[in-house]
Design a protein around this ligand. Sequence first.
Ligand code: WTA
Length: 663
Amino acid sequence: MTTGSPQHDTPHHAQTVPVPAEFARHAHIGSRAAYDDLCAQAQADYPGYWAGLAREMVSWKQPFNQVLDESNAPFYRWFADGTLNVSYNCLDRHVEAGLGDKTAIIFEADDGTVTRHSYKQLLEKVSQLANALKAQGVQKGDRVVIYLPMSVEGVIAMQACARIGATHSVVFGGFSAQSLRDRVEDAGAVLIITADEQQRGGKSLPLKAIVDEALSLGGCDSVRRVIVYRRTGGKVAFDAGRDVWLHEVMAAESTTCEPEWVEAEHPLFLLYTSGSTGKPKGVQHCTGGYLLQAALTTKWTFDLKPDDIFWCTADIGWVTGHTYVAYGPLANGGTQIVFEGVPTFPDAARFWRMIEAHKVTIFYTAPTAIRALIKAAEITAEVHPRNFNLGSLRLLGTVGEPINPAAWDWYHREIGGGRCPIVDTFWQTETGGHMITPLPGAHALTPGSCTLPFPGIDAAVVDETGKEVPWGQGGVLVVRKPWPAMIRTIWGDPERFKKSYYPADLGGTFYLAGDGAIRDVETGYFTITGRIDDVLNVSGHRMGTMEIESALVSHPLVAEAAVVGRPDDLTGEAICAFVVLKRARPSGEEARKLAAELRNHVAQEIGPIAKPKDIRFGDNLPKTRSGKIMRRLLRVIAKGDAVTQDTSTLENPAILEQLAQAN
Ligand code: WTA
């Protein structure tokens, strides 16, 4: 384990941006003192603090008496004797409170068509689909794979699963047939909900055809039904014994459906994510604790109020689209935008035009998108945000990767008009919700820092033995106490869960986030310095280097491959692959052709997001005498730097020169 680089460009508190007084005046958490008070409450009575919030934020069918059960640590249980239903909490209770006609979702399609769903309409459709799932034989605890584009139907599908106690596993629409197959098989899904096609950037892309291919690859015998949402009307193959249309099965059902009351620990969803080794792992989340934190972080971090128009641009295929599209805003009875398309279609002003048109007040996106849109605005004056009225905005947010101070400044100035706080939210698929984040009415901001832990989250920076390091010194980010929305286990692999997240060398009771961090000497603010394992962060998407290497070596011509990341101005990190072929090292045109072929092969195996940006061919890879690939040297070469490190343990030093020149 290596610690985060202390040479990281650490933000300094001197650049601090104070909390706007007007914002603080109306905020849910409106001062540093209010924040400190919440932290003190959590410190004094940890279970009591969370129990109070769980009673306030969540409607329980059967109230809980137990709060935190640590008897089988690190398999923690929260609110275990309580029962509830997530869909009831997100829909019915607002309708019962007289908010049935309030707009829940404003959907904007790729082509600009806008549709609205009130809470009542959403509840009716969720109930119909829930009934339809039951009619297809789906039972409590069954896994349902959702392979859908960004759509109201995607949210309805997730909520319908929650309503009947089925565990959903959403697979991002950009994953290949092979990746989909692996996830379907691992989860043992009984049913898949997909669409004929997805519409992005003016193009129709297949989904149903990929499901067909995935199922034809074998190993998916558990799947009995495929429900198909007709999005584009494009032609798709239909297996009469297996496939049904979403609109047909829904139309046959009643618009009411009694929710299935489940135990707080009942698995709400699995979400596959990349780790440092092996295949993607199914991160398992529960019902009660997850819902509590989804609701609470949406309310406090985004300072969500009844009149806000909230827009989180993340796809439902990622955890951000789970917590801050499918669950958090609805649990609070909020109004949100769901967007089908991409930020650059029909032009790179799409986001700004939509903020203006829908009077968005809270906007949450990824640093990668911001960097791409900065570049576009520099090139084409017409897409510059200054052409649009963004005056409705009152709060901005970022997620998924570190935001560089230059992008932060632009976001603050050009999008936020200098008046909107920016919440730089650090969290992970495994954490379920925000972990370290500003509360916008309480924390002065330092560009590039996610500031301080959410009240109740016991985050710390420690050394390799688990001892806290002084502020100003880099170390490993851990969470010392369990929290309600934490990962419960890795589906089907509890041992891997323990080993990955609760390693013995940290004492076995600290959650290891997998990131390095450093705290500011004076403010104690956290800055994330990047992953400490073999996970890359490309455009805010987690990619395991091993996964990409396996994909490369599955190509018949490839003998060996090593994948590393290198810094990239636009995507944060870029994937760089070093490849040894089973035949002579290619050069010139042949090398270019083969690189293109290997890129497409990776897209086939994993998905287009995993395509290496650089592929370099060598006669060999730099290895130690014991045969271990020296990735740290490959990282230096990938960056284009000269190798100045000690190479005395290297078996074949001459290879470095060759790889540095190859491209
Ligand atoms: C990174 C996304 C810096 C980090 C919600 C983490 C961040 C991984 C931030 C999780 C941030 C996320 N600043 N880095 N604000 N947010 N990360 O599971 O490396 O897709 O471990 O969850 O993204 O990615 P995941």
